[in-house]
Design a protein around this ligand. Structure first.
Ligand SMILES: *Cc1c(COP(=O)(O)O)cnc(C)c1O
Length: 483
């Protein structure tokens, strides 16, 4: 092909490909449309159902196949409204009190917008020194909040599950694969399922997993842990990893971290704390007492998209001896030589599996700086009191019984019917709450018994929502009892 022909070809391609780079007028136009969509969504939010049970949910999406022809934004936003925002769970709603609620702070959306438009490379210091410093500033703040030493290092991840994986891989790194079959992991029946998944993904399927006994509040029993470790040692096994929860997903209780840390230290186990749910309660003075010992772990996981109310897509792992996180994750590549950082800054890509990555610090930094910490503290303390209010109220209602007083922001309760199986009744009650949809609650199983949970963690959940939840559960229980 002649150079002239190539240029001719390029001119024609450029006129087509140039459409990817929108001009200012078009940018303005679509930005305005998206912002008015978001504003309509946010103003309708208080009256939208929290859970919308529909047949064939979201199926309209597949009718619009990906193809060459452009479609108008108005059509796409309508599609989004009808088939994405309508069906299923609405996690942005203050009525979401099931599972562990997420958040969706508005300034985070703007942070994501800035991050995406500027698209700074946040993996390597030389490429994005400011972007890397922004992330390290946040990690350092979390280290200080939890009481970790200067030598700790961490990184922002996509969520808590991936952060648990990073911690477990770091704990595994010094083990020889010849010892995997002798390795023993200690945790409880209350550990989050991602811990077990992470063990498998980390190649530790051969390891033995021991469930340490839990007390009536579902907290790990240190005495039982100690005995199991001793027995395993005597059997020539290799006690390796202890995983505690600082805020269990089921009932929101905190394992006895201080005692567990002492046992782990005595037996030289890696001590990991999964604080994806409860870690940010360190911002609340009175919860700091309940979380004593949180600084004694070898690694810890936090979930800013839970406890800091960020939109989904932001977890964090911190390792006490930061060098170990680096050793387990850093890489080298010939084409990256220009970007090796030395001491100038810790590059997130040296501390995680990600190289090119979401510039996710902006979504966390912007709301924290724009609003200051005080409203975050107040919102978390409010969640503690909401769970207490719900517990105090429901425990007084005839027929209801509760598990222990909430330690964080989960209240666990069930209805005991005059006759018939309590489990069947509570399953039907849960189903009726979810079909109603005005608020969303979820259930769990403890020692074979079905319990209902109320977890307050959304920044939008206030007393009115919790009152509504109480009224709904009580009304539906009465209805079912009479049916
Ligand atoms: C939510 C949660 C996880 C998993 O975190 P994701 O961000 O959903 O991946 C792990 N552990 C606990 C205790 C959790 O509550």
């Amino acid at each position: 092909m002649s150079v002239e022909a190539i240029e001719e070809k390029l001119r024609s391609l450029e006129s087509e490909s140039g459409r990817l780079d929108l001009d200012a007028g078009r940018r303005r136009e679509i930005t305005d449309q998206v912002i008015s969509y978001a504003e309509r969504f946010l103003s309708a939010l208080p009256t939208m159902p929290t859970y919308n049970h529909v047949l064939k949910p979201g199926s309209g999406i597949e009718e619009h196949r990906i193809g060459d022809e452009p479609e108008s934004l108005a059509v796409l936003l309508k599609l989004f409204a009808d088939h994405v925002d309508a069906p299923g769970l609405n996690p942005a709603s203050g009525g979401h009190m099931g599972f562990i609620p997420g958040g969706g702070l508005y300034p985070s959306a703007l942070g994501d917008y800035l991050a995406a438009v500027t698209n700074r490379f946040s993996g390597l210091f030389r490429a994005g020194p400011g972007a890397v410093r922004l992330e390290n500033l946040l990690v350092d703040w979390m280290k200080e909040l939890l009481g970790y030493p200067e030598s700790a290092a961490g990184t922002l991840t996509s969520g808590g599950s991936v952060a648990n994986l990073a911690a477990i891989v770091t704990a595994r790194d010094p083990l020889s694969s010849k010892d995997y079959h002798r390795a023993v992991v200690y945790t409880s029946s209350q550990a989050h399922e991602s811990v077990f998944r992470a063990l498998r993904v980390a190649g530790m399927s051969e390891a033995t997993v021991r469930h340490v006994a839990v007390d009536r509040q579902c907290k790990m029993e240190p005495g039982d842990l100690d005995r199991q470790i001793e027995r395993d040692r005597a059997d020539d096994l290799l006690p390796w990893l202890l995983v505690a929860s600082a805020g269990t997903t089921n009932t929101g209780v905190i394992d006895p971290l201080e005692s567990l840390a002492q046992i782990a230290a005595r037996h030289k186990l890696w001590f990991h704390i999964d604080a994806a749910y409860g870690g940010f309660f360190m911002l609340v003075e009175e919860s700091r007492r309940a979380l004593r010992g949180i600084a004694d772990a070898d690694s810890i996981v936090l979930d800013p998209h839970k406890g800091l109310f960020l939109p989904y897509g932001c977890g964090c792992v911190i390792v006490r001896q930061g060098q170990k996180l680096y050793d387990a994750h850093h890489g080298t590549a010939d084409y990256l030589k220009d970007f090796e950082t030395g001491a100038a800054g810790r590059s997130p890509s040296d501390y995680s599996m990600e190289l090119s990555r979401h510039f996710r610090s902006v979504r966390m930094w912007l709301p924290l700086k724009l609003l200051g910490l005080a409203p975050f503290r107040a919102a978390l303390e409010e969640k503690l009191y909401l769970a207490r209010w719900f517990w105090e109220r429901i425990v007084e209602v005839d027929g209801f019984e509760c598990l222990g007083y909430p330690e964080l922001s989960v209240a666990t309760y069930r209805y005991v019917p005059a006759s018939g199986s309590p489990n069947d009744f509570n399953r039907r009650l849960m189903d009726a709450v979810q079909k109603d949809g005005s608020i969303f609650l979820s259930s769990t199983i403890i020692d074979g018994e079905v319990y209902l949970r109320m977890c307050a963690l959304s920044f939008r959940t206030h007393l009115d929502h919790v009152r509504q939840a109480l009224d709904l559960v009580v009304t539906l229980a009465r209805k079912l009892e009479q049916a």
